[in-house]
Write a protein that binds this ligand. Sequence first.
Ligand SMILES: CC(=O)N[C@H](C=O)[C@@H](O)[C@H](O)[C@H](O)COP(=O)(O)O
Length: 226
Amino acid sequence: MSLLAKLEQSVREYGGLIVSCQPVPGSPMDRPEIVAAMAQAAVSAGAVAVRIEGIANLEATRPLISVPVIGIMKRDLEHSAVRITPFLHDVDALAQAGADIIAFDATFRPRPVAIDELIARIHHHGLLAMADSSTVEEGLNCQHKGVEFIGTTMSGYTTALTPAEPDLLMVSELSRAGCRVIAEGRYNSPELAAQAIDRGAWAVTVGSAITRIEHICQWFSDAVKR
Ligand SMILES: CC(=O)N[C@H](C=O)[C@@H](O)[C@H](O)[C@H](O)COP(=O)(O)O
């Protein structure tokens, strides 16, 4: 059975929760063994895939779990705002470290390597691709190019202000257009994640609300201030 068929079967059986295990950079939690432990804990509680950033974290996690791993590489570039897996050598390194799915920034912003080249390289490795999009148009662009998963990951992050709520409208529109949608970005409660599924998302990726203790703690700390 192909990886995609297996993943579709697990989503049908266990539901579409994907957990992004990306600690706050520089946090005491930002260590490969902790990322790997978070991934194991997420899988034991029903995550059907995990999203992992960076080679060291991927290498620590891959041997400990059997569910698919979405690998990304984040970079801060001087001449482009694109951060997620901008280079072909990033794709090669993620493939080598055991990613099953590679996600990349699919926005229409200036970038060092064309989207077509990234997709071709991911598929050349026999892996599945995920387009981290900020608009419906960007998502559809990648769907037409044969990208297997269309994420709403970048919605709210290409403009000056990031809304508090997730972009459920983008989920509905991409899903109506026939995309296999991964809702991602600010799904900070089980209720919001469920709304994404109700709007047609194939799966939902949750990061901060599960794996960033500083963010969760801040939410509670703010809430109890009088
Ligand atoms: C915009 C961007 O760079 N998003 C990143 C993508 O990998 C991560 O920082 C997010 O944590 C992830 O998308 C999950 O989202 P949330 O943490 O809101 O559940």
